[in-house]
Design a binder for this molecule. Structure first.
Ligand code: GTP
Ligand code: MG
Length: 473
């Protein structure tokens, strides 16, 4: 269970605010450069689309040293929005920025949302919209798109749908989308998009659950929200938001810790509650709302040379853990793929004239190294098949389940073993992402989407393999 609760200043704030109908919650950590725009867009959305409700905007910040909270406080007041939009709302929009308390000693995006949930429940809102503070592409309409299905449509959970560049959202494309779909049977394309609509009922349900842990307090929060909404039988839909443009991340450079927290959470939730997915076969569409825009999302750089070299390095440094967590047949293929990654890396580096750790551009930063396309071209031919990747993930679900069920070791020992497995999955994931980028280097984002769908179908096809492994085959 989660200890703690709200601090005295936050309780005072709730008392002052009294009651609200619709809340926008924005978690932040050093987002002074971008949060002002997000706050303005959210305020405008509340005032323009829900002028008769009682709106409140809450920023839950990590105590950022860059002035994030000051930016929120100084962003134009609601009166400005009323003037520029020519709207006369019934109720005044309240805007607050606070420093959230850690949850069981852990801070992070999830801890920030925990405070937002508690405030939403205390203020008895009927709908909560959460949006990230590094968004560049949010517009006022997002508030309507994420809250509308709850307020007008009776839904409890609204997941986002975005147009994303083919190399963006790699954790989503390789793990959370196909695994959520195959386990729980709902095709939610962006289960960790970060921008969600949640009903008051679902907020209260979240606060009662005992599945919250340290990873959920960090970046595990998004997949936790989606999984618990599905597992709780809540009515879910999706909203088409257009492009997601935010602070970009290179999957090889920035996403290791996030991968561990997200994937650790999805695996633990699956392993602890097999009754939620063992009997589910196939999957079905989830309704999507909102106008379909034609959008060309901005490109993202990926350092595939680094990805394949880390895959190969993992096969040396983590071989023992791979042998523990993968089925023997899967292990054999993965080791063979890692060997191939190593030799293709040597070959490509020679041809591109890069040496050692100097593998060039990453994260979109200006650099003299080879471009994303040059690297992918030089590595052409490297192929990590869909079915192998599905088996890797299913082996992990089964292994994490085995650890959870073992009688004897204390919980923190079990947890450390699971963390070690998930950390050892990172280089294999790098190999899988490299293959995706290399193979899709010359196709459009729409065509790459077909490949993501193909992989998701492979997960469904192989679900019997998961069940077999789960039962100890
Ligand atoms: N309060 C708080 N917010 C955080 C923390 N870490 C991240 N956030 C917020 O969570 C949101 C998402 O974080 P990002 O770093 O943008 O991650 P992301 O966009 O999910 O990651 P990708 O889609 O993989 O690029 C942003 O609004 C961050 O400000 C934290 O430690 N505390
Ligand atoms: Mg972001």
């Amino acid at each position: 269970m989660v200890a703690g609760g709200l601090s005295a200043p936050i309780r005072d704030l709730i008392e002052r605010l009294g009651q609200a109908d619709l809340m926008v919650g924005i978690p932040s950590f050093k987002n002074a450069a971008t949060i002002g725009y997000v706050v303005r867009a959210a305020q405008a959305g509340l005032v323009q689309y829900f002028p008769d409700l009682r709106p409140v905007l809450v920023n839950a910040d990590a105590g950022s040293s860059d002035g994030t909270q000051r930016v929120v406080a100084e962003t134009e007041p609601p009166e400005y929005i009323e003037r520029i939009l020519l709207v006369r709302p019934t109720n005044r929009l309240e805007k607050v920025s606070l420093t959230y308390p850690e949850v069981d000693g852990v801070g992070g995006k999830g801890a920030a949302l925990r405070t937002i949930f508690e405030m939403a429940a205390a203020l008895k809102v009927s709908a909560l919209v959460v949006v990230d503070s590094d968004l560049r592409s949010i517009v006022p309409e997002w508030i309507e798109l994420l809250a509308g299905p709850i307020i007008k449509g009776g839904y409890d959970f609204v997941a986002p749908l975005y147009a994303r560049y083919k190399y963006d959202g790699t954790i989503t494309n390789t793990v959370t989308y196909p695994l959520t779909r195959a386990l729980y049977g709902h095709r939610i394309r962006q289960p960790i998009g970060g921008d969600f609509g949640v009903s008051g009922d679902l907020v209260r349900h979240y606060l009662k659950l005992d599945t919250w842990d340290a990873d959920v307090s960090r970046f595990g929060i998004d997949i936790w929200m989606t999984t618990e909404a599905l597992a709780g039988g809540f009515a879910v839909c999706q909203a088409r938001l257009g492009a997601k443009v935010h602070d970009p991340k290179d999957p090889g450079a920035d996403l290791g810790p996030m991968f561990r927290q997200v994937v650790g959470t999805i695996l633990r939730l699956a392993a602890r509650n097999p009754e939620r997915w063992l009997d589910i076969r196939g999957s079905h569409d989830v309704p999507a709302y909102g106008f379909e825009r034609i959008i060309d999302p901005p490109p993202l750089e990926v350092n595939t040379l680094r990805l394949v070299s880390e895959f190969q390095a993992g096969s040396i440094g983590m071989a023992d853990t791979w042998a523990e967590m993968l089925a023997p047949a899967t292990l054999e293929i993965v080791l063979e793929l890692a060997r191939e990654a190593g030799s293709r890396f040597d070959d490509a580096s020679r041809r591109l004239g890069v040496h050692g750790g100097d593998t060039g551009a990453s994260g979109g930063s200006a650099s003299s190294g080879p471009s994303t396309h040059e690297m992918a071209d030089a590595l052409a031919g490297f192929h990590f098949p869909d079915d192998v990747w599905s088996r890797v993930i299913y082996d992990l679900v089964a292994s994490v389940g085995r650890i959870e069920r073992t009688v004897g070791p204390a919980d923190d020992r079990k947890s450390a073993t699971i963390d070690r497995y998930v950390a050892a999955l990172v280089p294999i994931y790098f190999g899988r992402v490299a293959s995706f980028v290399i193979e899709n280097r010359d196709i459009t984002t729409d065509e790459a989407e077909e490949r993501v769908e193909g992989q998701a179908r492979e997960f469904e096809l192989l679900k019997p393999y998961l069940i077999e492994r789960w039962h100890g085959a």
